[in-house]
Design a binder for this molecule. Structure first.
Ligand SMILES: [Zn+2]
Length: 440
C-alpha cells in the first residue's frame, strides 16, 4: 500500500496535467480545518509575523493553492459545500437557515465525503469545536463518531483516534475542526508572547463588538491591536495542528496518510470597514488557505488557477482510489483531473463573486448574476479600486463563464426538515450562537 501511495504521489502531476493511472487505495485521510482563518495571516501566504510555523511546515510539503476560495463566507453553508461538493446556490443552505428558530436538518439527498468513505470500508471520525455543526442538524452524516468539544478536547480526541488507527485494520478518515481563531479570542500567554501582543486579554476574551462604535480616528490603532490578538489566536491554532501532525508522525502512519488543510472562511479585521464575518465576499472572507499533502508527492504552488473547497471531496476520492464512487450530484472535480482553471464561486447574502485565475475577480448581484464591478487582485489586493467596465477581454471571459454557470446551476433548496431538538438542547445551541456573535 505504501509503495503504491508513494508511486502515485511521486507521479502526481501539477493539477493542469492528467492524474496517474495508479492510485493509492485506502490511504488514511486527515482533514484539518481551522475555523475563521483568513489566508493572509499565515506565513505561507505572506504574513511576516511568526503566526504559523507548523502550518507553514506542512504547506512546504504540500501542493498549495496561492488563491483558494470558500464557496460561502459562513460556516454552515461552507461546510456543506466542502463535504458534499456543491455550490451554495445548489445546496440551498444560507445564512438564514441555522439561525435562531429557523433550524433545518441538512438535506439528506446527497452523500457527504464521509458517507462515501464509510460505505467503502473506512472508519470515520469527526472532532469539532464549532457548536453550530450540531449532530441534531445532521452535520455528522457519515461519521462513526461525531464528537463536539472544546479545542483542547477536539485535539486530544484526534490524537487518541490516530493512536488507535491500526486497531481494526480499516483505513481511516479523521476530520478535525478547531475554533481557536474565532472570537472571542483568548490566546494563550505563549502565543501572546510569541506575537508580542500589546494588550491584556480579559477573561471573556476579545472580539470586534466595540470596534464599529469607536470614533474613526481610534479605529486604526484598535484594529492593529485586535489583529495582533487574532494572530496570537492563530498561533494557538497552529500549535494544535502541530500536536496532531506530531501524533501522525509518531503513529508511523504519516507515509500512508493524505493530509488536507483549509479553513471555512476568513475574518474581516477592519478591512472594508468590516469586522468579523457577517457579510460580503471580499478576499478577507473568501480567500482561504488550501493545501494537500500526499506522501512522497512533490510539493509545489498553484498560481495559474483557483482552488475551491468543493474540490476537496473529489480530490480525496481520486487519491485514495475511489474516483469511480463519486456521487453524480457532486459539482467539484479532483484537482488532479482539472485540465483548465475551474470557475471559482463565492456566495453570501446578495453578493456573489467569480474568478478563473485568482487574479481578476468579478462581483455580481447574486440573484441575477448581473455584473456589479470587478477587482484586479494583483494590482489591488485590498480591493479598493472598483473596475466598472466588464467588456475588456479577461473580464468578459469571467462574465461569460459566470453566465454559463448560472444556466447550468439552477437555484436549489435545502430539503431538510425541522430537527428534533429538545428545548434544552436548542437553548444550548442558541447560547453557543450568542457566544460566537451570531445573535443579538
Ligand atoms: Zn466558521
Amino acid at each position: 500500500m505504501l509503495t503504491l501511495l508513494v508511486a502515485t504521489a511521486l507521479a502526481a502531476p501539477p493539477p493542469a496535467a492528467p492524474p496517474p493511472a495508479a492510485s493509492a487505495p485506502k490511504a488514511n485521510v486527515l482533514i484539518l480545518v481551522v475555523d475563521t482563518l483568513r489566508a493572509d495571516v499565515l506565513g505561507t501566504y505572506g504574513e511576516p509575523s511568526p503566526t504559523s510555523p507548523r502550518i507553514d511546515a506542512l504547506a512546504k510539503q504540500s501542493l498549495v493553492f496561492d488563491r483558494a476560495w470558500t464557496q460561502y463566507t459562513w460556516t454552515l453553508p461552507s461546510f456543506i459545500s466542502y463535504t458534499t461538493s456543491r455550490f451554495a446556490r445548489t445546496h440551498g443552505w444560507d445564512y438564514d437557515i441555522g439561525q435562531f428558530d429557523k433550524y433545518q436538518t441538512v438535506d439528506a439527498s446527497v452523500p457527504t465525503l464521509a458517507e462515501v468513505l464509510q460505505a467503502n470500508g473506512y472508519a470515520t471520525s469527526g472532532r469539532y469545536a464549532n457548536r453550530h455543526l450540531h449532530e441534531a442538524l445532521g452535520f455528522g452524516k457519515g461519521f462513526d463518531k461525531w464528537v463536539r468539544g472544546t479545542d483542547d478536547a477536539t485535539v486530544s480526541g484526534a490524537i487518541a483516534d490516530i493512536k488507535g488507527w491500526k486497531a481494526d485494520g480499516k483505513p481511516n478518515l479523521l476530520y478535525v475542526h478547531v475554533m481557536n481563531c474565532h472570537t472571542p479570542w483568548r490566546p494563550s500567554p505563549t502565543a501572546q508572547s510569541a506575537l508580542g501582543t500589546p494588550i491584556t486579554v480579559p477573561e471573556a476574551g476579545l472580539d470586534w463588538n466595540d470596534w464599529p462604535k469607536l470614533a474613526a480616528d481610534l479605529r486604526p490603532a484598535r484594529a492593529t491591536q485586535l489583529r495582533t490578538q487574532y494572530e496570537a489566536a492563530v498561533h494557538d491554532a497552529d500549535a494544535e495542528m502541530g500536536q496532531i501532525l506530531d501524533a501522525l508522525e509518531a503513529s508511523g502512519e504519516a507515509g500512508n496518510t493524505m493530509v488536507l488543510f483549509h479553513s471555512d472562511h476568513g475574518e474581516a479585521l477592519g478591512d472594508h470597514g468590516q469586522a468579523g464575518h457577517n457579510r460580503g465576499v471580499f478576499e478577507e472572507l473568501a480567500h482561504v488557505p488550501l493545501f494537500v499533502k500526499v506522501p512522497g508527492a512533490k510539493p509545489g504552488r498553484v498560481s495559474d488557477r483557483m482552488g475551491r473547497l468543493i474540490d476537496v471531496p473529489p480530490t480525496v476520492l481520486d487519491v485514495v482510489g475511489l474516483a469511480g464512487k463519486q456521487p453524480p450530484a457532486w459539482q467539484g472535480s479532483s484537482i488532479y483531473r482539472q485540465t483548465e482553471g475551474p470557475l471559482a464561486v463565492v456566495e453570501r447574502g446578495t453578493d456573489i463573486a467569480f474568478s478563473l485565475d485568482g487574479k481578476l475577480k468579478l462581483l455580481a448581484t447574486r440573484a441575477t448574476g448581473a455584473f456589479a464591478f470587478a477587482f484586479d487582485l494583483l494590482k489591488d489586493p485590498a480591493e479598493k479600486a472598483r473596475m466598472k467596465d466588464a467588456t475588456a477581454a479577461p473580464l468578459a471571459a469571467i462574465q461569460k463563464a459566470a453566465q454559463t454557470w448560472y444556466a447550468a446551476t439552477p437555484q436549489g433548496v435545502n430539503h431538510g426538515t425541522a430537527p428534533k431538538v429538545e428545548s434544552k438542547e436548542r437553548e444550548d445551541v442558541n447560547a453557543a450562537l450568542k457566544e460566537l456573535g451570531y445573535m443579538e
